[in-house]
Design a protein around this ligand. Structure first.
Ligand code: CA
Length: 240
């Protein structure tokens, strides 16, 4: 680590929304050690204020919070154009599969159950920030009526803007770079989430659903083919 000023705006800013003071302090300490800037909110109201004022690069969001729940904050983040694409990792004591899927459906990009290991949390923070900032990628790629501007992180379909979260963006980019190829959930996890990240294969289904929903916002035909027992593929262009 270089001895950069903690106020250096080039360091990613992580907003920690957590009402357990000891956990918040531990998260701040370890995130700062990894070179991130940290803003802390102890409840939902404070979180929404900091989101508007500080414009964080990633949010670590506790599910169980006083007054406004993590799920509700997540919804509000996704509803506002300014924060629609903000990466969110939900932290929760709940381990139920149903809750996990519910959290992801609300718009979280990743999900960790307490107690989690710090190295795993840091790996996910790094991976998600990497997904959110494809800085090394330049230029435009396209498929059918879909255009992706990789540098500007913009997607259009039929000339109309499509808003995708960081994970859906990387998924679509990967599909467009490999059209017509069928990928298993595990292969998509490796390619999009990264091989060092353990995510349940069902998580892929949730993000595919979100990607489909975003892309087929009109009456257009679905372009992502589900291959039973195999995985997913961007459909061949002739079939589109
Ligand atoms: Ca809590």
């Amino acid at each position: 680590m270089t001895a950069r000023d903690t106020a250096n705006p080039s360091k990613p800013l992580v907003l920690v929304v957590e009402d357990e003071a000891a956990l918040a302090t531990m998260l701040r300490y370890n995130l700062e050690k990894e070179g991130y800037r940290v803003a802390e909110a102890g409840d939902g109201e404070e979180a929404l204020t900091l989101l508007a004022e500080r414009k964080p690069d990633l949010v670590l969001l506790d599910w169980m919070l006083p007054s406004l729940s993590g799920i509700e904050i997540c919804r509000q983040i996704r509803r506002k154009p300014a924060t629609r694409e903000l990466p969110i990792i939900m932290l929760t004591a709940r381990g139920e599969e149903g809750d996990k899927i519910r959290g992801l459906n609300t718009g979280a990009d990743d999900y960790l159950t307490k107690p989690f290991s710090l190295p795993e949390l840091m790996a996910r923070v790094r991976a998600l920030l990497r997904r959110a900032q494809p800085v090394s990628q330049k230029g435009q790629i396209g498929w059918g009526d879909i255009t992706m501007d990789l540098a500007a992180h913009r997607v259009t379909r039929g000339g109309k803007a499509i808003h995708l979260g960081p994970t859906e963006f990387r998924l679509l980019q990967f599909f467009i770079q490999h059209p017509g190829t069928v990928f298993s959930r595990e292969e998509l996890l490796d390619a999009v989430w990264g091989p060092d990240i353990y995510v349940e294969p069902r998580t892929v289904d949730v993000h595919i659903r979100r990607l489909r929903k975003a892309l087929n916002c009109d009456t257009e035909a679905d372009i992502i083919r589900t291959v039973r027992a195999a995985g997913y593929a961007l459909d061949s262009e002739d079939a589109a």
